[in-house]
Design a protein around this ligand. Structure first.
Ligand code: NAG
Ligand code: NAG
Ligand code: NAG
Ligand code: NAG
Ligand code: NAG
Ligand code: NAG
Length: 732
């Protein structure tokens, strides 16, 4: 179903406007005071008469319409967007589950096993990008867009890719000086090969190098040198048996690559084994982050010269200069090094290998490159890699990942290389002015509710409250997409350095170089605003501490989380609580020990402890258990986010008319609010979050809902049920 922007909000009939007028007069909202105030200028008698008339008229209509309202209730919204959402809720929920005992199953019961809401949303909107990329002739003439479409098409043209086979890759290997497994071979210049790999082919065999924010000033870029990423875990952590199997699978894979490139099987086997041995030795030098953290050596600032002295096997200046042009580097350039110990040991190993096993070192680098480039090669290379990854998942007891259709890969790849163009096209299609202003309006309502809430917190003193309020008002909000994507004329990219063809591999390599140069150039320009860390079609909101900015990408402000034509209950419950959750992150510092000396520390500690106990008391599925720290702060943000979103929603209900419900669901607006809140969390039993900072989904539903008296009221939960506990915490 098309849930896009085109479906308009339900036309508001006169009946409905009247009905809500009733609601208003009952609640005596501020909007209504306006006419009374204006009439003050008129003669007294007339004023009295008017007042009486207005009152009696209001009273009469109130009585009349109160009954109408009682009889019919808000009517269901019948737009395609609403019908679609109603059907989605019906399909995901388990109506047999008792909402007061297990609201998670009630809302997400059948969402089991399948991918979560966020993931589903991410996939759906990639299909939206696909729609854009495949709609021939829908794009404006312009070199940039044309290149993006051409790239996508050549990615989808599997016939051409299969026909070219390993040819384009052999050519790349020749450019690198060849290897002794197949084809011609010139003698090795290690530094030259490494420089080409890093700067021309985007492959970093011994370490990674990238531009990142300077630790002392987040707007200044610095070159960072980090540990490499290996295809397989070869560190002696697993059982002997498992690691032997991993070795075998990896060897099979490398052998396949070598023979696909026309190598003699015996020779390939020898080089593949040595390559594994090199990877394995390098892996032994890696130290986990925690260990480095414990030693207080997460990173060190060194100059290129100093690094050259400590890790002499690499020609640092020439490798980095080639990689980061047009930046101009000198020996005194400062670098941020994440694990100096690793680099020293790596350098020693490379020096040793250059002396004793030159040819093998070259083969090792090229085998790694082939792995890196596989996505741009024909199906034989891709199958080999997929097989390796499935085997590794089996061996490490992870569930298999289903094969992804080619178009998703191609959409993602096009999105990486042509992000500015795709961002503008996506925003045009999925985040029109009406959605934009509705989203901003929602955010303003949430922000206002938060400011109101701050005034009533018992543990915050006046000074801290004023400070917090200032922080909220000064917050930078990025809604939907960066400025340049919302105004395409600002972000038009020509990609003049991108050369497409003759083979898909060559196109990809050209894009890799162009992208790196673009990143470097953008870092070299002063940039006063927040730099987006996600694409506009991404589904993850975030708060950036250094920029004091919240970011809500357009991909998130889509059905089923948001639509300008949805009942407000849905938008406030789903997108609104996500927005409020992000806003709560502003106050993390206050909640940490010693973070708010001026607060009523005693009351604050009491409420934090209360919430900790509240969460700890939940029965949890599986092995997941609650443990303080970051996850606790996320829980605190969940509870606060729901409270704020609900408060904002109630205020909206009071001020505006025309609230609707969802077709096919027997739920009141408030019930829909809570249902929509839960729907956001329907992402299965295991956390999708890579860092596991969030609690498992059922807890993210039950924790906050059971802390909210209004939930129990609207679902008529008997006292003592899971979602209507006998006491509640009062943090927010
Ligand atoms: C959902 O998953 C749980 C645990 O994996 C399982 O016990 C339950 O039967 C599943 N329910 C449905 C409706 O698939
Ligand atoms: C090896 O080099 C020769 C001469 O330079 C060239 O003709 C031949 O095509 C090359 N072989 C491969 C496999 O590229
Ligand atoms: C690096 O090499 C040094 C000296 O050979 C050694 O003491 C140290 O344990 C090595 N570090 C790692 C992480 O293997
Ligand atoms: C690479 O270049 C550096 C710096 O010039 C040099 O010290 C090193 O020996 C070279 N490495 C190899 C393996 O030739
Ligand atoms: C919980 O976290 C604390 C500190 O973050 C840690 O010391 C403790 O071991 C953790 N407990 C469990 C059961 O993981
Ligand atoms: C959530 C969302 O907007 N999903 C859309 C993604 O794109 C497809 C294809 O255009 C639409 O059908 C979905 O509604």
């Amino acid at each position: 179903m098309e849930g896009g922007d085109k479906s308009e909000e339900e036309p508001r009939g006169p009946r409905q406007a009247l009905r809500m007028g009733t609601l208003q007069s009952q609640e005596n909202s501020p909007e209504e005071r306006l006419p009374t105030e204006r009439s003050r200028l008129r003669p007294t008698a007339r004023r009295v008469l008017m007042t009486v008339l207005v009152f009696s008229a209001l009273l009469a209509s109130s009585v009349l319409l109160f009954y109408t309202f009682r009889n019919c209730g808000p009517s269901p919204c019948q737009t395609p967007a609403c019908r679609d959402l109603g059907a989605r809720y019906l399909a995901s929920g388990d109506s047999g589950a008792a909402p007061c005992a297990d609201f998670f199953s009630f809302a997400c019961g059948r969402a089991n096993g399948t991918s979560g809401s966020f993931q589903a949303l991410a996939e759906e909107n990639k299909s939206r990008l696909r729609g854009i990329l495949e709609a021939q002739g829908s794009w404006h003439p312009g070199l940039g867009e044309e290149k993006a479409f051409q790239f996508y098409n050549s990615c989808m043209d599997t016939h051409a890719i299969e026909a070219a086979g390993a040819g384009p890759l052999r050519q790349v290997i020749e450019e690198l000086g060849g290897w002794c497994i197949s084809g011609n071979w010139t003698s090795l210049d290690f530094n030259r090969t490494l420089r080409l790999l890093m700067s021309q082919y985007g492959h970093f065999p011994f370490f990674r190098a990238y531009l990142g924010p300077h630790p002392a000033s987040s707007h200044t870029p610095v070159i960072q040198i980090d540990q490499p990423e290996f295809d397989v875990p070869l560190k002696q952590e697993q059982e002997q048996k498992v690691s032997a199997q991993i070795f075998r699978e990896y060897l099979t894979y490398l052998n396949q690559l070598g023979t696909l490139l026309g190598g003699d099987p015996g020779k390939v086997q020898e080089h593949a084994s040595l390559s594994i041995s090199i990877t394995s030795q390098l892996s032994q030098f890696l130290r986990p982050l925690e260990q480095r953290q414990a030693q207080g050596k997460l990173f060190q600032m060194v100059t290129v010269d100093q690094l050259q002295e400590m890790a002499p096997a690499i020609d640092w200046l020439s490798c980095l200069q080639a990689t980061f042009t047009p930046m101009s580097l000198s020996p005194s350039q400062t670098l941020m090094v994440h694990d100096l110990e690793y680099l020293k040991n790596m350098s020693r190993l490379v020096e040793e290998l250059v002396l004793t096993q030159r040819d093998f070192l070259q083969s090792h680098m090229i085998l790694g490159l082939v792995g890196t480039l596989s996505p741009a090669l024909d199906s034989k290379f891709q199958d080999a890699r997929r097989e390796l990854s499935q085997k590794l998942r089996e061996l490490t007891e992870q569930p298999p990942v289903p094969a992804r259709p080619r178009w998703i890969e191609c959409v993602e790849e096009t999105g990486v290389f042509f992000e500015p163009t795709l961002a503008a096209l996506y925003v045009q299609e999925a985040f029109g002015p009406r959605t934009q202003s509705a989203a901003m309006e929602l955010f303003t309502a949430i922000k206002d509710a938060l400011i109101t809430r701050l005034r009533s917190l018992s543990w915050v003193n006046k000074e801290t409250r004023d400070e917090a309020q200032d922080k909220v008002t000064q917050l930078q909000v990025e809604m939907g997409a960066p400025e340049w994507a919302l105004k395409p004329e600002l972000g038009r990219q020509e990609y003049s350095d991108v050369q497409l063809g003759p083979s898909f591999l060559q196109s990809v390599l050209s894009c890799v170089r162009s992208l790196r140069a673009r990143i470097v150039r953008s870092f070299l320009q002063p940039f006063p605003h927040h730099r987006w860390k996600v694409s506009p079609w991404a589904v993850s909101a975030y708060y950036s501490i250094p920029d004091h900015a919240v970011v809500f990408p357009a991909g998130l402000l889509q059905p089923p989380f948001f639509h300008p034509g949805y009942p407000r209950a849905v938008n406030f419950g789903a997108a609104g609580s996500i927005m409020a959750h992000e806003l709560m992150h502003i106050f993390y510092k206050l909640l940490l020990p010693g973070g708010c000396p001026a607060c009523d520390t005693h009351a604050l500690q009491r409420e934090l402890l209360c919430l900790e106990r509240h969460y700890a008391a939940f029965p949890l599925p599986g092995r997941s258990f609650f443990n303080g720290s970051r996850r606790f702060l996320e829980n605190v943000a969940d509870v606060g986010g729901l409270t704020i979103a609900l408060q904002a929603y109630n205020k909206r209900l009071l001020w505006h008319y025309g609230e609707t419900t969802l077709p096919g669901l027997d739920l009141s607006p408030q019930q829909i609010f809570f249902r929509s809140y839960a729907q956001v969390m329907c992402n299965g039993h295991s956390s999708q979050d890579p860092h596991h900072t969030h609690s498992p989904a059922p807890l993210r539903v039950h924790g906050p809902l059971s802390s909210t008296p209004a939930f129990a009221r609207h679902f008529r939960c008997p006292r003592g049920t899971l979602l209507n506990p006998s006491s509640r915490c009062q943090l927010w």
